[in-house]
Structure formats: C-alpha cells, structure tokens
Design a protein around this ligand. Structure first.
Ligand SMILES: *[C@@H]1O[C@H](CO)[C@@H](O)[C@H](O)[C@H]1NC(C)=O
Length: 150
C-alpha cells in the first residue's frame, strides 16, 4: 500500500515539474513573474543607447486595443492609453536619452498578465516581454520570507 502511495506522490511531483517546464516553454525568453500588488519593471534597452526623445515609443499589450503607454515626441498621449494603466505606468524620461524604454507598472493584477511589446517605428524596433502574474508567486514570496525571517 505504501509503495502505491509513493508512486502516486512521485507522479504528482512529476506532473508539477512537467507543468513548470510547460509554462516556461510557452514563454521563450525569461518571463517576468509577479504576484498581484507587485510593481514590475519591463526592461528594454536599445543597444545603440541613442537619444529617443524625438521618437514615437509605443508600449502595447497584445490582447488590448488601447496603448499601455504612448510617447509621441516629448509628450505622453494618455488619450490613447488604457485607463487601467494610466495611473500605474511610467517611463523614465532621462532613460529615453540613453535608449532606455523600460516601462514600470505599479500594483499589477491577474488581468495584467500577458505579452507586452515595445515598438519604436522610427527605428524599426520591436521587442516583446512576457509578464506572468499569479498567486503562486505570492506563495513563493511568503515561503522564502518565512525561510529568511523565521
Ligand atoms: C491595487 O490594485 C487593486 C485592484 O487591482 C486595488 O484594489 C488596490 O487599491 C490597489 N492598491 C494600490 C496601492 O493602489
């Protein structure tokens, strides 16, 4: 009977491992993993480190019609940005001078999960970042907190 238990246990563990591998294979490149309420940084830097202040910089989420962030030659165009993101997103203007289009999103929720792309039409540039938001991340955080602060 106990051997059977052991078999079931290891099968569950194997399943969990397979699930994790499956999740990671879905998102090539390293996904950003966050728990609800976290602040996240979607880091993208242009190798050229050139000044982008006169450019158009678009951050989109692939399943959304409105922009997550829209920068149009020194101005942030909130009229075309998703309302849920307007108070939560920021892009460092000083960074733009150095080709840094890293986007910060505060207080993420489960609905924020997805693929985010940054476009710079004038530079023919496009890059995508995957954001994963889940309660499991919270559990891992709590677990590691309890490990380090017993
Ligand atoms: C974070 O977002 C949730 C909804 O997703 C909201 O209820 C909460 O008040 C927000 N917290 C802060 C600090 O803005």
């Amino acid at each position: 009977v106990c051997l059977l238990c052991l078999f079931f246990f290891s099968k569950q563990k194997l399943f969990l491992l397979l699930m994790i591998f499956f999740l990671f294979s879905l998102f090539p490149g390293e996904p950003i993993i966050a728990a609800p309420g976290d602040d996240v940084i979607l880091q993208i830097l242009l190798d050229s480190q050139e000044d982008l202040q006169e450019q158009i910089v678009e951050w989109i989420k692939l399943d959304m019609k409105l922009f997550v962030f829209l920068y149009w030659r020194r101005k942030i165009i909130t009229e075309h940005m998703s309302e849920s993101f307007i108070p939560r997103v920021s892009l460092d203007q000083d960074g733009l001078k150095r080709g840094d289009v890293t986007l910060k999103i505060r207080n993420v929720s489960l609905q924020d999960e997805g693929k985010y792309s940054c476009f710079i039409p004038g530079k023919n540039f496009r890059e995508t970042v995957q954001l994963v938001v889940g309660e499991f991340a919270l559990q891992v955080e709590l677990y590691s907190e309890s490990l380090f602060n017993p």
